[in-house]
Design a protein around this ligand. Structure first.
Ligand SMILES: Cc1ncc(COP(=O)(O)O)c(C=O)c1O
Length: 421
């Protein structure tokens, strides 16, 4: 595509964009310093869908009017409310409905799933994560190792970028597994690396895990609703994702989990009554009778007020279609990358790999005479919302459901201004 550095060009792309009407379905933050918001932070917290407000309100009304009867009455009874997220999760995860469930929050799910799938023995006890993994994943993996009586100092291995490089190379993971594979119990890796925005080759990672007899778990926090996933075909043992980033379900909203169909209802996981088969759950038996598939990993009855926005938001994704979203996303990030290179190439570098990226671009200030953190603050003053990640990255993510090409162009304008051009 041939890009142009002009507002007219951005406006013409918006006019031709079949997804443009979805923008109207979201609430945007307020004006600041007389400037309209440029919200490029859907990789951290997605904007509020107007439909989510209606869905939460409807559950509050139900609670008010029906009280306990809300569990079994009404259009969407609470007793199986989580199942309203199943089709949408399955669609976005490339999974079978039986493989996905809405439950808990991301780190909690990683722990629960590791309780099932990280079963270390003295011979095979190590976990591989990526260097610079999101801290919660590092803490979760290290504490699981410790809990099982092993030592994260020696048993938590890091897949590192090569010296002087920023991105992870698959051949380095393959080489690591050639060396260490027999002692590795689990690969716990992201779909999209949160800092660099690199999309990892999840299919190849699953294949490597299988070749070396390791279990594979994926943290899809930055991948779900962002890039195409084919979990059933790729075959990780488990995965989990939060829903407050690209899925726009609100702060701390209930997360999603995937358990591959080959692991249907094994006995050796942690049980709670909501994982019991719905048909026998209220018989209050002494013995746990597992639900089919991923639902068996549920523990408690889910927080409906946190689930309602997930259900609302998944509806929008279904209407928009991930293939169309991906197509627009590639154009948005392509345009943003081009504007950054063209206007600011001498001072700002986009470190996200061009051939392996989703919505997010990670920007680094390469001109050391510029204080990067102060530049970020000047962007905030100009009502640009991205986020800062230590030590030196400004993350910006135009998301195709609600961002426009004019947002991308205006971001470049405000960055020019913030740089003093
Ligand atoms: C990659 C990754 N893993 C884990 C988490 C932690 O999520 P939660 O607080 O929902 O457990 C986050 C949060 O942003 C994340 O980005």
């Amino acid at each position: 595509m041939v890009y142009e550095d002009s507002p007219g060009f951005a406006e013409s792309l918006d006019r031709e964009d079949p997804l443009a009407p979805f923008r109207e379905q979201f609430n945007f933050p307020r004006e600041k310093n007389g400037l309209s918001p440029i919200y490029l932070c859907g990789n951290s917290l997605g904007l509020q869908p107007k439909l989510a407000v209606d869905f939460v309100q409807s559950e509050l009304e139900k609670w008010k009017d029906l009280a306990v009867d809300g569990h079994f009455q009404s259009e969407r009874p609470w007793v199986n409310y989580h199942q309203h997220a199943t089709a949408g999760f399955a669609e976005l995860a490339g999974a079978k409905p039986v493989e996905v469930v809405a439950m808990n929050t991301l780190t909690v799910n990683l722990h629960l799933l590791m309780a099932s799938f990280y079963r270390p023995t003295p011979e095979r006890r190590k976990i591989i994560i990526e260097a610079g993994a999101f801290p919660s994943d590092q803490y979760a993996a290290a504490s699981q190792i410790r809990l099982r009586g092993f030592d994260p100092e020696s048993d938590l291995l890091e897949w590192q970028p090569r010296s002087g490089e920023l991105h992870l190379r698959l051949e380095d993971l393959a080489a690591m597994l050639e060396r260490e594979g027999n002692s590795v119990a689990l690969l716990l890796l992201p779909g999209v690396q949160y800092y660099t925005g690199q999309v990892l080759d999840m299919r190849a990672i699953c294949e490597l895990g299988r070749q070396h007899g390791c279990k594979v778990g994926l943290d899809l926090a930055h991948a779900i609703g962002n890039v195409e996933l084919e979990l059933n075909a790729w075959g990780p043992d488990f995965a989990s994702w939060c829903t407050y980033k690209y899925l726009n379900a609100g702060p701390g909203a209930i997360a999603g989990a995937f358990v591959h169909e080959t692991h249907r209802s094994p006995d050796d996981f942690l049980h709670g009554w909501w994982g019991n088969k719905p048909s026998t759950r209220f018989e209050m038996r002494r013995k746990f009778d597992p639900a089919e598939g991923a639902e068996a990993w549920q523990m408690s009855n889910p927080p409906i007020l946190s689930l309602a926005p997930v259900v609302a938001s998944l509806r929008l994704f279904h209407e928009a279609g991930l293939d169309r979203l991906r197509e627009k996303s590639a154009m948005l990030t392509g345009y943003l990358h081009w504007l950054i290179e063209t206007r600011f190439g001498d001072r700002v570098r986009d470190i996200t790999p061009v051939d392996a990226r989703g919505c997010q671009l990670s920007l680094v200030v390469k001109d050391k005479s510029i204080d990067a953190r102060a530049l970020f603050d000047r962007l905030c003053e100009r009502n640009v919302t991205g986020d800062w990640r230590n030590p030196d990255v400004i993350r910006v993510a135009p998301v195709p459901l609600y961002n426009s090409f004019v947002d991308v162009f205006d971001f470049a304008e405000r960055l020019s201004d913030a740089l003093g051009d």
